[in-house]
Design a protein around this ligand. Structure first.
Ligand SMILES: Cc1cc2nc3c(=O)[nH]c(=O)nc-3n(C[C@H](O)[C@H](O)[C@H](O)COP(=O)(O)O)c2cc1C
Length: 339
């Protein structure tokens, strides 16, 4: 299973089924509701919200609460919180459950200085007992499954992912996602998939492998190398949600569909825009679509000029018009005419 033509082995996390076992990684500023819906349409088996401050939820911050909006069509959806105060995280956890998330995830992987300095994110890997306490409190506070997303450790000298994973399991978490880098590595170097395999071998809860999956080939290599129960994809989904549909088709049918052409890419970009506009006012939708459009156009002829024009568009309508005319010009060719 989880190989070309052999079909999927769905992942079960408590009562939640993740089928196919392909997960959109949480990405702050990227995996908001419209993008999650798009990835779901493209075949992701589970999508993750961007991380939310447990303190913001506890103090009822209005901007923080805006992140807690879920749609039936995206389910199952996992929602991640960060923080280090057990009593506040217990309150935040209940809010995530009440908002309709299927899974509650604790962030123990973020290495951004602001988060680490507050004792949250990856800094919890340096205080495993504290981390386990947070997991126990969260598990006791909600009835949905609690999961944790970790890195391999704080730094190369302190790669404690195996011990941390065992403690997380003992604390009652029902699955674990492992990004195969240390916190001090941030995104440098290569993700160590062997280390993910070692975590998988050391626990009996499901393990979701993450790090450096760039295409369908990598997804299947991650399954084979690590024995993980699901693969989580982050950066490779940006401007490329077909990574899910192409992998899905490959495993179901044995044939890997080709990379999408310019027409598919820009038509999907327009679909993404439609979803964005359903949930955001036009000016905010336009601002947020800028980076996505740059990602969709990446590598296409005339992408730089397109990106510049998009960044200067004054209105939502103007931006959509630019995508439509760019698509038309690309389809009409010749390639050199798009400058
Ligand atoms: C823009 C961006 C935002 C991210 N935000 C989060 C986050 O909110 N929570 C989290 O656990 N990881 C976050 N990550 C890390 C990803 O979930 C993932 O672990 C990492 O990118 C490695 O996977 P990849 O090689 O498939 O991108 C973020 C990554 C990126 C690039």
């Amino acid at each position: 299973m989880n190989r070309p033509g052999e079909g999927w082995r769905p992942l079960r996390i408590g009562g939640v089924t993740v089928d196919p076992p392909l997960v959109l990684a949480p990405m702050s500023g990227v995996t908001n509701l419209p993008f999650r819906l798009l990835c779901k349409e493209q075949g992701a088996g589970m999508v993750c919200n961007e991380f939310i401050s447990g303190y913001g939820l506890f103090y009822d911050n209005e901007r923080t609460r805006e992140y807690l909006v879920f749609a039936a069509e995206e389910r199952p959806v996992s929602s991640q919180i960060f923080g280090a105060d057990p009593a506040k995280l217990a309150v935040a956890a209940r809010q995530v459950e009440a908002a309709g998330a299927d899974i509650l995830d604790l962030n123990c992987g973020c290495s951004v200085p602001k988060i680490v300095k507050s004792g949250s994110g990856a800094s919890l890997l340096q205080q495993p007992e504290k981390l386990f306490e947070l997991v126990r409190v969260m598990v006791a506070s909600v009835s949905i499954p609690v999961t944790v997303k970790i890195r391999l450790g704080w730094d190369q000298r302190n790669r404690n992912a195996v011990e941390v994973a065992q403690g997380i399991e003992a604390a009652g978490a029902q699955a674990l996602a492992v990004h195969g880098r240390t916190a001090t590595q941030a995104y440098r170097g290569e993700a160590d998939w062997e280390a993910i395999a070692a975590v998988k071998a050391a626990v009996s809860i499901p393990v979701i492998g993450n790090g450096d999956v760039r295409g369908p080939e990598d997804v299947l290599r991650m399954f084979a190398t690590t024995g993980c129960d699901a693969v989580m994809v982050g950066r490779a989904t940006q401007g490329n949600p077909w990574i899910f549909s192409r992998t899905h088709a490959w495993v179901r049918t044995g044939g890997l569909p080709p990379e999408p052409d310019a027409e598919v890419r820009l038509t999907t970009a327009l679909r993404h825009g439609e979803l964005m506009l359903q949930y955001k006012p036009p000016d905010r939708a336009a601002m947020e679509m800028r980076k996505h459009l740059a990602w969709y156009a990446h590598g296409l002829p005339g992408a730089a000029a397109f990106r510049t024009a998009v960044n200067q568009a004054a209105t939502w309508e103007e931006m959509v018009g630019l995508v439509v005319s760019y698509r038309k010009r690309l389809l009409a060719g010749p390639v050199g005419s798009v400058t």
